[in-house]
Design a binder for this molecule. Sequence first.
Ligand code: BMA
Length: 380
Amino acid sequence: MFSRTSFGILILSFLLSNTQVYSQSNPVDKKATSNTIRLYKWLKKISASGKYLFGHQDDLAYGVNWKYEDGRSDIKDVTGDYPALYGWELGGLENKQENNLDGVPFKKMRSFIQSGYEHGAVITISWHGTNPLTGKSAWDPSEGTVASILPGGEKHDNFKHQLDEIAIFLESLKDKEGDYIPVLFRPYHELTGNWFWWGPRYTTKEQFKKLFRFTIDYLKDVKGLHHLLYVYNTSGDFNSKKEFLSRYPGDNYADIVSFDEYQHDTTIKSKNKFVFEINKKLKIISTIANDKNKPYALAETGYEAIPDANWWTHTLVKAIGNTQPCYILVWRNHGYQEHTKRMHYYAPYKGQISEADFLNFYRLPQTLFGSDVEKCKLYR
Ligand code: BMA
């Protein structure tokens, strides 16, 4: 028989353990829509099974030799299938531009997002937002930017207007039934790199954390958006858990932890370094993710113009090794870039030298593409 006190203790510990289970297995937004919660739990399940979604930035908008052709995708041209994850970019929206900084009209972007979602795919969004202090690009790390936009700062209202524009677009992401489309939102990406205005050059750790928390609280509590999962994303310049977490805003502000890293040149040394570095960092963030019961991802990766025919299975797959990210994403297939005088693309297209190896990659049991996620019906 239980005494009253031990019965009380039992009830209390039951409640406490449930609160813990709740906080660990649900999105940070306590009011997240049911689809958003479903997606989050599914991502965790996927990563526990050792499989990962393959993602491509701007996939449905254009490819190396084409633009805005209905239903076309370089990934589909090569494999007959679409990516499982679509990456989109909001830069320019904060200034009420009709097209993003890479020329993608936001109207088209919205319908691409809707069509990806209708086919059961996952959507992720980044934001190379204009510097709210100087009005220059995201790549303007001018001194004092973050300080000026935090509450009390001279550009705080300006910054809130930017967030208002972002919120209007995010709010408009609904399916045919009017339900919100869940989005993995990755603001202030590569946050440890010195190239963006939110980077560490002129932003203290505390300022960055405040910025991240303010943004999430604003979108969630002021704008009432509850279909976002938040992705914490550093660049690849960390060597320990401590370094990775040095600007972490807290467990209540990140659903997924991730980093970005690319391969930069063709030498064997560089290839081996890429495999070693990616694998080491995925292991570091996997221990963090496991401790926190959150999924982790390689949020951007790739090798510009893929000059190595076997890069997919001989380099990328080795780099992932037996770590278990829930997704990986390669950057956009722009084609020839006038200002760099280089081909700028990260996924193969028909006839590209890594096409055959990409098919091997596509056929691996651990890689998930459009038809795999469509079968999973993860939102239903
Ligand atoms: C970069 C490049 C740029 C692009 C930016 C935002 O890595 O692809 O050309 O403007 O991403 O998408």
